[in-house]
Design a protein around this ligand. Structure first.
Ligand SMILES: [Zn+2]
Length: 211
């Protein structure tokens, strides 16, 4: 299993991108597939249902709005499922494979919000961490302008997507609020939903690799 993530230093690059440039264009069109997301957060993390709703709405905008000629309009719709749940397992700080595996396997939900991710296949400071493919992802709170793209990026890893080092690609390993472009193949995998086989995840134990 591979682990994908976005590095914290990338946050420094987000300052110059335009905020509020997204319109509602593209939303509400045919949703080829709908993915219900259950959001859990460590009890020490402050996040409201309204904030989570806004982030999920941004995920939809990231995929459905065509940002440039290379960007496909992807008919995937994410829906926040129920209320947010708080968990007390661990400290909310991910510093080892064990920390990651514990939350990954024992906390229900597709999105798990933690305090800090210091380990994601290697040591560092990460905004998100997700098995490729996988059933859930870990993220930290960050600039509201990038959280939609961050959640979508990590969800992409769960859907089996690797990094793509193309300017403005959503799957670019560097996060910016302008990284929102998905190609046709990536869109297909986003649409695949539960079609991804997860059987390989636990083969050989919880071994993680970083791309
Ligand atoms: Zn990644």
């Amino acid at each position: 299993m591979k682990i994908g993530c976005w590095v914290l230093v990338a946050m420094l690059l987000t300052g110059c991108a335009g905020a509020g440039s997204n319109s509602d264009a593209g939303l509400g069109r045919d949703a080829a597939s709908q993915h219900a997301l259950r959001v859990a957060h460590h009890q020490s993390i402050a996040i409201t249902r309204e904030e989570a709703l806004g982030i999920v709405e941004d995920m939809n905008a990231v995929l459905s709005i065509q940002d440039n000629a290379a960007d496909v309009v992807c008919g995937v719709e994410f829906v926040l499922s129920g209320g947010l749940s708080a968990f007390s397992l661990g400290t909310g700080v991910i510093s080892s494979t064990e920390d990651f595996a514990s939350l990954y396997t024992r906390v229900p939900g597709e999105i798990k919000v933690v305090n800090m991710i210091n380990y994601c296949g290697r040591f560092g400071a990460f905004l998100g961490c997700a098995p490729v493919p996988g059933e859930s992802l870990l993220v930290v709170r960050s600039s509201r302008r990038v959280e939609g793209a961050l959640w979508a990026h990590e969800y992409g890893h769960n859907q089996g997507l690797s990094h793509r080092s193309v300017s403005r690609a959503l799957m670019n390993p560097v996060v910016t609020s302008r990284a929102r472009v998905v190609n046709q193949q990536e869109c297909k995998q986003f649409e695949a939903g539960g079609g991804v086989s997860y059987e390989s995840v636990y083969v050989g134990g919880f071994v993680m690799f970083l791309e």
